[in-house]
Design a protein around this ligand. Sequence first.
Ligand SMILES: [Zn+2]
Length: 299
Amino acid sequence: MNKNLSLLILTLILSLLVMGCSEKNTFIDWTYPNGKYKALIMSYDDGLVDDIALAQLFDRYGIVGTFHLNSGFLDTKAIWNEGKTNEVLQTYLSTDTLQHVFKNHEIAVHGTYHKALVGLSDEEILEEINVDIENLTALSNNKISSMSYAFGSTNENVADVISTTQLTNARTVKASYNFELPQNYYLWNPTCHDNEALDYLEEYISLNSPTLSLFYVWGHSWEFRDTLRNENILKFCNEIGNRDDIWYTGAGAFADYHASLKALEITDKEITNPKGNGVVYFNEKGQLKSLDPGKRLIR
Ligand SMILES: [Zn+2]
């Protein structure tokens, strides 16, 4: 057989195989709101006064933080024993400053009293989380929809219990080391802790793909009392902030948008955005378009 013909047949077979393996073709180039394909979530735990400087840093760079608070400790000080002789006085945020400090950010749950949830009964888990939701709802201007697990303490059962609350997502402390969207929003593994974020910075900034991706970083603002750690977060925000190709968002808004995309009714011929769903966005020949709830796209 002619060598070129063999090569052509081989290429055709490989193409068919690749097409067969790919996900169901939605015939649409979905984007995040405002036409972006990349997103950044910065998720910070514990609600100490160090959050104030971090929120201000995020403000300078157009970054949206998700701040997880223990509402039972707000307005108090505490001694944290960080080793045999190293006791640290920690000051929690005051309730009357929350709306001001987090004006551009998301306020979220970390448990009323920072309890490890594994080992608690379902009722105790719900008490720890629902009271935090109630308190934070009263103190904030935003709908409370996100949480992070104190001590990273979670498992399938805990996640199932959390999914019965009004929360739409809950973050673990297990690094995924990738930029993929999560499979389970109640066991949402971030990309990495901020002490490893610089290792992934250049890769994400140079990423240029029409596929939805997410760089999800977590940490504690009180760790930035360390000079080197503080320099690193300044560098990170300076590099990744104020960019045209990244959607800076809280975890709740991100989970809502992805849920809207997943709720679309897709057939080979048309796509319907069901009533009550969110607006979704797509790119058509370089133009940003949207599909409102109750509307349909015909191929
Ligand atoms: Zn914590």
